[in-house]
Design a protein around this ligand. Structure first.
Ligand code: SF4
Ligand code: SF4
Ligand code: SF4
Length: 274
């Protein structure tokens, strides 16, 4: 695509975002109720939001669909959902395989948000007594690797995702793994560090397979939840969670009256002792 036509496409896109934001504003003035559109969110659990976005429920409550974040993004990463996209209409989202988040250090999409749906405090840190923006704190999603389709797990040398990561060796590392198929060679495979990955999707964009073997999912989808009962005994910081844990065990199943010894001595009628 020539630079001229690329510019035309970008300005068309900006015009579309402005028009959409304006029409949404007019609809809101006319008392239009968004419940129907918010319903569309239920069919879009895989939606990725801009940096600093509140959790999905709060985000949907707070986002006034003004489009300012999308207009501020210099890479046109952020799309505004249209009717039929199966997402809450007017809200911003991005598709990493098309345009990832380039993790701008000044995060221009966040401070322009008029409602705090994109929460500056979640992507800030205190430095020399001043609060400054810190894109490394963003948690837009989490990259996960499909080991079946990642060619590095076949023993083919590939580090495209690793090289593309702006937090190389922090958010993604390359790990040695023994090639049990040949018994001789080693694999070098990507491993995502979940505490550090921002979900920017630059790795997904760079992946060489037809459909990316590394891809970003919202954290609620890609991560499990241990619950409070499992504590890492070797991690002092994790022990703090114990304070809030109830030791009461609740169960729906009626407890057996038998003792453990009863079970050990009971052969279940296997041997006839008569
Ligand atoms: S951080 Fe930069 S590239 Fe990412 S969405 Fe915001 S403005 Fe766009
Ligand atoms: S700037 Fe904030 S309120 Fe406006 S569309 Fe973006 S997230 Fe929603
Ligand atoms: S999404 Fe990929 S490129 Fe972005 S921080 Fe995570 S591992 Fe790195």
């Amino acid at each position: 695509m020539s630079n001229l036509s690329k510019k035309a496409t970008i300005s068309d896109r900006r015009r579309f975002i402005s028009l959409m934001a304006q029409s949404i504003g007019l609809s809101a003035l006319g008392g239009m109720i968004w419940t129907g559109y918010i319903q569309e969110a239920k069919s879009a659990p895989l939606i990725l939001r801009p940096p600093g976005a509140k959790n999905e429920l709060d985000f949907l409550r707070m986002c006034i669909k003004c489009g300012q974040c999308a207009l501020a993004c210099p890479y046109d990463t952020l799309n505004i959902a249209k009717p039929g996209d199966n997402m809450p209409v007017g809200t911003p989202y991005f598709i990493p395989r098309e345009i990832p988040c380039y993790m701008c250090t000044d995060i221009p999409c966040v401070p322009v948000c008029p409602t705090g749906a994109l929460d500056e405090s979640s992507v800030s840190k205190v430095e020399d007594g001043r609060t400054v923006l810190e894109i490394k704190k963003a948690k837009m999603g989490l990259a996960v690797v499909d080991e079946e389709s990642c060619i590095a797990f076949w023993g083919i040398q590939c580090d495209a995702c690793y090289r593309a990561c702006p937090l190389l060796d922090e958010a993604i590392t390359l790990e040695y793994k023994r090639n049990t198929r040949t018994g001789k060679h080693a694999y070098l495979v990507p491993k995502v560090i979940s505490d550090v990955c921002t979900g920017c999707g630059l790795c997904e964009r760079a992946c060489v397979t037809k459909k990316a073997a590394i891809f970003v999912l919202p954290r609620e989808v890609s991560q499990g939840d241990l619950g409070d009962h499992y504590i890492k005994g070797w991690d002092k910081a994790d022990e703090k969670r114990l304070k809030n844990v109830s030791t009461e065990v609740t169960t729906q199943t009626t407890r057996s009256e038998k003792t453990p010894q009863d079970y050990l001595n009971d052969d279940g009628g296997l041997f006839n002792n008569e």
